[in-house]
Design a protein around this ligand. Structure first.
Ligand SMILES: [Zn+2]
Ligand SMILES: [Zn+2]
Length: 111
C-alpha cells in the first residue's frame, strides 16, 4: 500500500515552451470554485500562485507573469495585485495568475 514512494514531493509545473521547472504545487494557492465544473471538467483555466522569489523579479514587467528563463520569457499569465477573477468566477487577490495552458504539470522526478 506504499504507492506514493515512487513520487515524492509536490507536482512540478514547467513552462510549456522551454520545459523549465518554474513552480510546484506547493506554490499554488487553492481556491474553491464558485461554480462546479461541467461534466467533471475543472472549471478553472488558471492557477494562482503565492509570491515565489522568481515572481518578484518578473513583477516589474508590465505586470505580465513571464517565464524566468531569460532565453524564453514566455508570457505565462498576469499579475494583478488588486485581484483577478478566475474562470470559475472566484475572485482571487492579489493574483499571480498562470494560464494552465501555458504550463505542463509533471510528476516530481525521483532523485
Ligand atoms: Zn519558458
Ligand atoms: Zn477557479
Amino acid at each position: 500500500m506504499e504507492q506514493n514512494t515512487a513520487t515524492e514531493g509536490p507536482n512540478q509545473y514547467r513552462c510549456r515552451l522551454c520545459s523549465r521547472a518554474i513552480f510546484t504545487a506547493d506554490n499554488i494557492i487553492p481556491h474553491q470554485p464558485s461554480k462546479p465544473g461541467v461534466l467533471g471538467k475543472d472549471p478553472c483555466t488558471s492557477l494562482f500562485l503565492d509570491c515565489a522569489p522568481w515572481l518578484e523579479e518578473t513583477a516589474e514587467n508590465d505586470m505580465k507573469l513571464l517565464c524566468p528563463n531569460p532565453k524564453c520569457k514566455a508570457k505565462l499569465g498576469e499579475i494583478t495585485l488588486s485581484g483577478r477573477k478566475c474562470s470559475c468566477g472566484k475572485w482571487v487577490a492579489p493574483a499571480f495568475q498562470v494560464n494552465k495552458g501555458n504550463v505542463d504539470e509533471m510528476r516530481p522526478i525521483k532523485l
